[in-house]
Design a protein around this ligand. Sequence first.
Ligand SMILES: [Zn+2]
Length: 320
Amino acid sequence: MNSDARRAVGIDVGGTKIAAGVVDGRGRLLSELVEPTPVPSFGESVTPILLDLVARLRKEDPDVEAVGLGAAGMVRWPEGRVVWAPNNAYRDWPVRAELAAATGLPVAVDNDANVATLAESRLAERPYRDMVLLTLGTGIGGGILLGGELYRGPTGMGTELGHIVVDPDGPVCACGGHGCLEAYASGSALGRMGREAAAADPDGLIARLGGPGGVTGPTVTAAAMRGDAVARGLFDRLGRWLGVGIASLATIFELEAVLIGGGLSETGELLLAPTRSAVAEFAYAREARGVVPVLAASCGSDAGMIGAALLALDARDSMG
Ligand SMILES: [Zn+2]
C-alpha cells in the first residue's frame, strides 16, 4: 500500500497547458509547474517539455519514486502509448517508453479522464469503489471505477461516455455521430443553445451579453447567474439531458455516486439541480435500487496531476 510519504510526479497534458506537480501518497499536491502546450503538438515536440518538467521537479525533490501522466485521447494501457487524440496531432506516441528510458523511473500513462476518476475516488471523504466521473468542458469525457479498479477494456481504451446516443435524431456531434450526450450536455452544446436563443430573441440578455455572433457557453452562464429566465431554461434543458445519460449509466452499473467535473461543473446547482431531477425521473427501479447521488467533483483542475501521480504509485506497487 502507498504510505503517505511516498511521492510521484503527476503530469496533465491538456490542449492548452501541461501541468506537472509532485504529489504524495495521500494525493496532496506539494509543488507545481506549468508550461504551454506547443502548437502543433506532436509527441516529438511534447516529450522534451515533459522531461524538462520532471527534471526540474526532481531537482527540488530528489525522492520522487515514479512518474504518472494523463493525456487527452485514446491511450493503450498498460503500454502507455497515445494512439489518437481528437484535438491534437498525437498519433501513436510511445510516451511511457520514452519517459521511462530517459528518467530511469517507473512510469504509468493513462487517459486524462481515467486519472481524474482515480483522483476523485481516492480523495472523497469515504473513498469510492464504484463510481463514474463525467468531465464537462468543450466536450464530455469520463471514467468508470468498478470494484475499486478503473474500467479500461481489452485494449485499454475502454470508455467514451460523452458519445452514448441519447437522441438518434439529435444534432451532429463533434465525433460525426448524431445526438450524443456531448451534443446536448457539454459546454459547446450550451453555446449552441445560447446562439439559438439569441437569434430567437435579439433583445434578450444572452444576445446583449454575447454581442453579434459571440454567444458561447460562458455567455449563457453569465446570463443565468444574473437570473435570466431564458438562460436558466437552457441549463434546465442541459441538465435534463445530462440526467438522461446518467440514469442510463446508473441502470447499467450499480454506482455509489456520479461526480461531475470539468469547467461547466463550476456552475454548481444551476446544472446539478435539473440533472438530479432528471436522474430521479428516469432511474430504473428506483424503489428497489434508489437514485444515484450526483455530486460536484472536488479536485478541480488538479485532478489530472493528482490522479496521474496516484496511478504511478499504484503501478509501482503492483510491480513490487
Ligand atoms: Zn459523439
